[in-house]
Structures are given as structure tokens and as C-alpha cells.
Design a protein around this ligand. Sequence first.
Ligand SMILES: C[S@@+](CC[C@H](N)C(=O)[O-])C[C@H]1O[C@@H](n2cnc3c(N)ncnc32)[C@H](O)[C@@H]1O
Length: 245
Amino acid sequence: MSGRLVGIGVGPGDPELVTVKAVRRLREADVVLVPVLALDEPGRAEATVRAHVDAARIKRVVFALNDRGGITPRRAAAWDAAARAVAGEFAAGARTVAFATIGDPNVYSTFTYLAQTVRELVPGVEIETVPGITAMQDLAARSGTVLVEGAESLALMPLTGGVARFRDALDRYDTVVAYKFGGVAEEVLAALRETGRLDDAVYGARLGLAGEDVRPARDLGGEPLPYLSTLIAPGRRTTRGGKLT
Ligand SMILES: C[S@@+](CC[C@H](N)C(=O)[O-])C[C@H]1O[C@@H](n2cnc3c(N)ncnc32)[C@H](O)[C@@H]1O
């Protein structure tokens, strides 16, 4: 018997940055699955979910969250195993299975690949998502940065594939946001400096979590950056309303 799989965004880390709808759907689900690197380690989404849901209804599902290099065998095997875990919950009587994910489930989330796999494995399954607040939005709020105004464009990208796209985006778009850029932080800072964008750029790590670090990007000084790091280079603005058309 098929059921409903709901991908629920639980925000970047602050348990208060979870929508009322997300909390309701987490509580109504028969089981809440959370992605983890290993079964004996709590996941990033799990910490937020635990603030709102009885721990007895939370189950960990292992994903190859740290893999790089496309569709690695570990990644594919983890998606398949997680989809079987969802199917197993339906077979055991669950009508609604929630899957919690940091930020938004439609923004660079493991949920995308899980949902595709479950759709093939469980005929008739209904799949839904509940939006969540992204790290990009949380950094904008915590740093007092306007993300976009008037007719400005916004580019968001992970930099695991290198800094070339980021340099290109600084030319083509107004505000540029980088996720997963720790490995190329020095090149990112150089690109910002060369394009005159360094002074306005802001950096935020572990937003909403212990050890949160929000500061101007120009204050970064070669130290290793955590995985949960985000950078915003806002559009250039000179006049109030100057980007309105
Ligand atoms: C796999 S993506 C997940 C994005 C997430 N679904 C969203 O909507 O924001 C992981 C990246 O999101 C950013 N991120 C997520 N949570 C964060 C946090 N609490 N603090 C800073 N950056 C965060 C980092 O750039 C991190 O490398």
C-alpha cells in the first residue's frame, strides 16, 4: 500500500526558524526520517527536529553526505537504501512519512534524490514538500544585508566545482551567494577583491547553531572554514531605490 512522503525544510539550524506548517506536518507524520552520516551520529536536521518532535518518532537514515564526484556508488547505494527504508515504513503501516532536511527541501537537498527513488520504488506514492528558510535568507537577516532590491538579479551556487562560475556570476548578476565554498575560500576572496565587491560581502558559518560566526568577508584570514558556511556578495547600490525600474 502506498502512502505520502513529505520533504520538510527545517531551516538552517535555529529551532525557531521552522514554519508553523513544518512543525504541524512533522508532528502529524507517522515517522520522521532524518539524514545522517552514520547511525551513531545525530544529523544536522535532527537537532532541529528534536526541538519540536518526540524523539521516539525520529529515525536516522544514512546518506553519503560528504561524498564528492557526481553519482558515486556510495551515494547511489544510500539513495536506494533510504528509499527502501521509506517503502518499509509504508509496508509497516505508516500513511505519512516525513523527511526532514536543513534549509529548504527544494534547494540543494538530499530529499530530491530520495523522492525520485521512492517514486520508482513505490507506485502511487504521493510526494510533497514543505518549504523551509534557507541559509542564504538567515545570513541576510543576521548580517543586516538586503539580498535583492528593485530589478536586481540573484545567483546562488555551490562552489564544490571551483570558483570559475562564481567569478563569472559576479560579472553577470547583481547579488551572488555561495554555498559550500570552504575549499576555495582564498580564490573567492581574491575574486571579490578584484571586482571591488569585498567590502560589502558578508560571511556566516553555523548560523543559528553553537559557534555561529557572522562577519564581513574581508575579515576572513586564511583559516579553514566549516562545511556550514555561506557568503553573500550583495549587488552594488548607491542611491535609495536606485535599482528600481
Ligand atoms: C547541501 S546545502 C543545503 C542547503 C539548504 N537546503 C538550504 O536551503 O539552505 C549545504 C550548504 O548550505 C549552507 N548552509 C546550510 N546551513 C547552514 C548554516 N546553518 N550556516 C551556514 N551555512 C549553512 C552551507 O553553504 C552548506 O555548505
